[in-house]
Design a protein. Structure first.
Length: 149
């Protein structure tokens, strides 16, 4: 007789699992499951992204699959880019991503913080980016614009 799969899981089935985005990157490990007290439904999970990175909350609507070994996400969380170095195409470090400006689901621009004599803020539009990986590399000729406070 074939055993019927249960549709019910426990927090033990989720906690400690790796969270993987659609690009195949491991974001970190699930440390919390958030439940709405009134509706008793899962509202999201918290991902520990590592020692020097802040925890990341991902809402339930962005969870694609709760697997045996991993939790798969439907899309790449924008906060994944916070803290990444921003470089010119020639390799010059401009600063680090401090904030991400979005228009619903799409990234419009990155706000970059520099640590020179004074902490300055610049912005780079998404269309000015050549590549995103362990750092963000700008297209040739693209320059960050000074951000007014």
């Amino acid at each position: 007789m074939k055993k019927k799969k249960s549709r019910i899981i426990t927090s033990d089935d989720i906690l400690g699992k790796e969270a993987v985005d659609p690009e195949g990157s491991i974001l970190g490990v699930i440390t919390k499951v958030h439940i709405d007290k009134k509706s008793m439904k899962v509202t999201g999970v918290t991902i520990d992204m590592g020692l020097l990175k802040p925890d990341l909350f991902v809402g339930a609507k962005y969870l694609k699959h709760l697997g045996a070994d991993t939790v798969l996400l439907k899309r790449v969380p924008h906060d994944k880019y916070r803290g990444l170095k921003v470089l010119t195409e020639g390799g010059e470090i401009i600063g680090k991503v401090k904030h991400i400006v979005t228009d619903r689901k799409k990234i419009k621009e990155f706000v970059i913080s520099t640590k020179k004599l004074w902490d300055s803020h610049y912005s780079v539009t998404y269309k000015d980016i050549k590549e995103i990986g362990d750092s963000i590399i700008l297209k040739s000729g693209s320059k960050p614009k000074k951000k007014r406070k």
